[in-house]
Design a protein around this ligand. Sequence first.
Ligand SMILES: Nc1ncnc2c1ncn2[C@@H]1O[C@H](COP(=O)(O)OP(=O)(O)OP(=O)(O)O)[C@@H](O)[C@H]1O
Length: 237
Amino acid sequence: MPHEPVLALSGVSAGYGGAAVLEHVSLVLRPGERVAVLGRNGTGKTTLVQAVFNLGPQVGGSVQVMGREVAGWPTYRIARLGIALVPQGRGAFPDLTVVENLRLATLRGRPGAWSLERVFELFPRLAERRATPSNALSGGERQMLAIGRALLTQASLLVLDEPSEGLAPSVAEEVIVNTLRSLAGEGKTVLLVEQNLSLALRSCERAVILAGGRIVFDGASSDLLAAGGMLADHLGV
Ligand SMILES: Nc1ncnc2c1ncn2[C@@H]1O[C@H](COP(=O)(O)OP(=O)(O)OP(=O)(O)O)[C@@H](O)[C@H]1O
């Protein structure tokens, strides 16, 4: 089926020691969609990402990736279906250089359209820093490296967990908004968890708001901007 969902969460619940964080969350991403997940601090955005990759606390409900039920699978098997996490903290090997970190991602990837050269074309700054250990990179460069590593796995779905955190606004604009827009042209599906509302809505055409463990809005980013009360109630803006 050409339009089979890339990701389908249905009735997903998760929590810590009896305290519910997510309650019956359902969310479907179709190929090529870019969806922002918004919500105040502590509303469960990271827990949602963890549920997709089976990295978090207990999960009830169904998680389907590329049409396969993956709840309970080890994370590496879920990722192999073609999804990549760009984690908060960014996750590169600190002592390895930029190019070594990228090569490792290539080794773990499947054959596909993304090559080291293409990553360096997308991020010329990384090409200049190719021999630099990743722990000596700036925040923006680390974020470029994290996205480059995810692309080299040839994943069809990229999940980014608060990529703008710690970046200067102009850097976040260049690294996140421009990159996600340019990836849209090739049909990548994106799930972007973000605190920065403006950046999220400009990067993604669809947005969901998490509040009280549930999805309280799921619709076009432009509709969300028009719904001022929704923004005030759930995002405090
Ligand atoms: N390891 C843990 N043990 C217990 N409670 C946790 C743990 N991790 C997160 N929580 C709690 O679960 C809730 C949801 O956390 P989560 O990190 O998913 O929220 P978030 O929306 O991503 O927040 P932020 O934007 O601050 O990262 C919070 O109330 C948090 O305190």
